[in-house]
Design a protein around this ligand. Structure first.
Ligand code: DX5
Ligand code: ZN
Length: 227
């Protein structure tokens, strides 16, 4: 993985057909997805349950781009090796998931993955000030995590602040929640480079009608790049 700040669209397979993940992943990549975003939920840190390491490992051979795994689980540390074994390229943990995020980020890198830290809407930018040299990605949640299709919460001021804090460091700013062609531009303008989108990518398409995914991805990318 080489680092750059170009706009990357990361469809969340939380909005895919759960009976057909392999074909869905191949379809979104063929239609222009830059990364594949995988939402892991535990029914404890967030009020919803998705899938765990064996499922993520089964996704791996279908992902030719970057497998971006977003853990919405607590605790994180006991599962880091399992997600490394599953083939995650980037493993993101929530800062709110436990008292020792510093140790968690070290452990993620130690297991050979890029390390991400996610911030809930109520968590300030300053909370990552002492983590900047330990992370490769900061995920700014623009919904409260747990479900796809929620209403976007504006986090423009937080993204601007993070972008200034990051300076020249090779750290991605990822936005997760409610991204579509109307909300993505302000996030790109504020300094984000990775835009996660679930419902806005999968809406209206299917593996039998995948060009809709392509149109949806292109619409978000064009809106963000016009900034
Ligand atoms: C929310 C997840 C998101 C979600 C985004 O907890 O982390 O990745 O799938 O879905 P949309 O784009 O529909 O808001
Ligand atoms: Zn996510």
């Amino acid at each position: 993985m080489t680092f750059d700040r170009s706009i990357k669209i990361a469809p969340s397979i939380l909005s895919a057909d759960f009976a057909n993940f392999g074909a869905e992943i191949r379809a979104i990549e063929a239609q222009g997805a830059d990364w594949v975003h995988v939402d892991v939920m535990d029914g404890h840190f967030v009020p919803n349950l998705t899938f765990g390491p064996p499922a993520v490992k089964a996704f791996r051979p279908h992902v030719k781009t970057v497998m971006d795994v977003h853990l919405m689980i607590a605790p994180v540390d006991p599962y880091i090796d399992a997600y490394a074994d599953a083939g995650a390229d980037i493993l993101t943990a929530h800062i709110e998931a436990g008292p020792h995020i510093h140790r968690t980020l070290q452990a993620i890198r130690g297991a050979g993955m890029k390390a991400g830290v996610a911030l809930n809407p109520g968590t300030p930018a300053d909370s990552v000030e002492h983590l900047l040299d330990l992370c490769d990605l900061i995920c700014v949640m623009t919904v409260n995590p747990g479900f796809g299709g929620q209403k976007y919460i504006d986090m423009t001021a937080k993204v601007r602040k993070l972008r200034a804090m990051i300076g020249d460091r090779p750290i991605h700013i990822e936005i997760d929640g409610g991204m579509d062609p109307t909300t993505a531009p302000q996030m790109a303008a504020a300094g984000a480079d990775v835009l996660v989108a679930g419902s806005a990518v999968f809406r209206g398409g299917s593996v039998d009608n995948p060009s809709v995914y392509g149109d949806n991805i292109t619409a978000i990318r064009n809106a963000a790049e016009r900034q």
